[in-house]
Design a binder for this molecule. Structure first.
Ligand code: HEM
Length: 485
């Protein structure tokens, strides 16, 4: 039934057969035909759906003379390149490998959505400067509509007056330098309480060699969430001094993690029709900061010379007769370099925040259509061998020498772990303060190592944030005199 059958069979059947017969008989009658060197003709078929799902090529020339960015081959009908992103390899690694083949700007299809994948700093700079307004909207995720109060949540809302107002309120009332200075006591006292609690557990449960085995992912998670909740809601959730229900608190923490995990996955059900991304101040801020603390400590444990150098610096500036406080951080230049190098190698959101082109735009000489998603592959961009020698190595020293003027605040496009432009992370100052303070206090207070001195497993997990896949088990013992805990 090449023409179908029944009520909806092809009405052009007679005409088509006449044309086919006539054209073939004329052609074969008039010419002798052969193939070059008598090769058999390649009979590979092209999926019909492919034509249905892509727009006619002429549409491009109507709106612009520039060409479209190259599309990665191997798209499946309907689901596009989703199968390539759903395997065991993490999406930023897979997309990074594609960039090696297709260049720093190319497109893929995520179900019915087209996405532009960017992997180098020059194009990032062009996007976050000349095209910033055009890329300042988030995709309209269905999840954001239903779970995010009809796009009212900070991380989801479209670009416009509402976003401007939200950013203004947050940056003036909650995360401004003045407010962070006023709330300094919360950060410092919460960190002190957590260190004291850790010391107490150590004194009760240490092993025969004087060490306590601790799972640090949970410890970092409880600490950051306590600080954020105390700042926003005036309440701490975890720990010995908490009157509330710990089971409820754990459930709340688990839900927030699951939230970010599922929304960052390239799931077919999300992509057709929509991927989701959720963020609010508590979930987004707590998770990202925790993830970064875990990676920083893991990297230090795998690079013991850097761990020693950080502790030497702490001893030189603070001594062993008092605890670290906030005002010490400015003097801890090696610790600052450790934090930058961690943000470079393991940015908390390796594909940054999802964006969408609100208008047609020209980027890197290519035409990009309105509605295209933007995927900024930080995992690739921040390991560009043209800019970073031995890019996969953990070398904080580079930020004291070759890259000493590079910061993470969205002005140096080779290092943008907090994003850049109008939708730059509003929690950047608070996040950095927490990273420095918690790491400094922990490393100053305790001697740290791993069971049988084994290297830390650095496997990342999929999701919007790349939380370490396995627990971070650490052996610790106090470094300071007991009266300081
Ligand atoms: C060290 C930890 C952190 C990292 C690495 C980080 C990273 C990011 C990134 C990459 C984005 C997307 C930016 C873009 O689209 O270009 C973002 C957005 C955001 N972050 Fe952070 N962040 C951190 C900490 C925080 C904290 C502590 C808070 C709040 C207390 C916070 C609140 C937000 C919010 C609300 C957005 C959405 C902004 C918008 O859509 O306009 N983040 N963050």
């Amino acid at each position: 039934m090449p023409f179908g059958s029944g009520r909806r069979s092809c009405p052009g059947v007679s005409f088509a057969l006449q044309v086919l017969h006539l054209a073939f008989s004329r052609l074969l009658h008039a010419f002798n035909l052969a193939t070059p060197s008598d090769q058999p003709v390649d009979m590979t078929e092209r999926p019909v759906i492919h034509y249905l799902s892509s727009r006619p090529r002429t549409a491009k020339s109507r709106v612009s003379n520039t060409r479209a960015a190259p599309e990665r081959d191997g798209a499946w009908p309907i689901i596009g390149h989703l199968p390539l992103l759903g395997g065991s390899q993490l999406p930023h690694i897979t997309l990074g490998a594609m960039a090696d083949k297709y260049g720093p700007i190319f497109t893929i299809r995520l179900g019915v959505q087209r996405a532009l994948v960017v992997s180098n700093w020059e194009i990032a700079k062009e996007l976050y400067t000349s095209c910033d307004v055009v890329i300042s909207s988030r995709p309209k995720f269905r999840a954001a509509k239903h779970l995010g109060y009809n796009y009212a949540m900070f991380g989801f809302c479209p670009h416009g007056p509402y976003l401007r107002e939200l950013r203004k309120i947050t940056s003036m009332e909650l995360l401004s330098s003045r407010r962070l200075e006023l709330l300094k006591r919360v950060r410092v006292s919460e960190t002190e309480i957590c260190i004291k609690e850790l010391h107490k557990v150590w004194s009760e449960k240490k092993n025969y060699s004087g060490y306590l085995l601790v799972e640090m992912k949970q410890w970092f998670g409880d600490l950051t969430l306590n600080v954020i909740l105390r700042m926003i809601a005036g309440k701490r959730y975890f720990g010995a001094t908490v009157a509330g229900n710990e089971a409820e608190a754990r459930r709340c923490q688990k839900v927030m993690r699951a939230f970010l995990h599922y929304l960052g996955l390239f799931l077919v059900s999300d992509m057709i029709p929509f991927l989701g991304w959720l963020d609010n101040l508590i979930a987004g801020g707590g998770d990202t900061t925790t993830v970064m603390l875990i990676w920083a400590l893991s990297l230090l444990l795998n690079n013991r010379h850097a761990l020693k150098r950080t502790q030497d610096e702490l001893d030189a500036h603070i001594g062993k007769d008092r605890q670290v406080n906030d005002s010490d951080i400015n003097n801890l230049v090696y610790l600052q370099a450790v934090v930058k190098e961690t943000l470079r190698l393991y940015p908390a959101a390796p594909l940054s925040g999802p964006r969408e082109f609100a208008e047609d735009c020209t980027v890197g000489g290519f035409h990009v259509r309105k509605g295209t998603r933007l995927i900024m592959n930080l995992g690739k961009l921040q390991r560009d061998p043209k800019l970073w020698s031995n890019p996969a190595d953990f070398r904080p020293e580079r930020f004291l020498t070759t890259h000493k003027d590079v910061d993470v605040k969205g002005q140096h496009f080779e290092l943008i772990p907090f994003g850049a432009g109008r939708r730059l992370c509003p929690g950047i100052n608070f996040g950095l303060q927490m990273l420095h303070l918690v790491l400094a206090t922990l490393l100053h207070s305790f001697q740290l190592s791993t069971p049988v001195d084994a290297p830390v497993n650095m496997t990342e997990s999929a999701g919007l944030t790349n939380v370490k896949a396995t627990p971070l088990e650490v052996l610790l013992a106090p470094r300071l005199s007991p009266n300081l805990y």
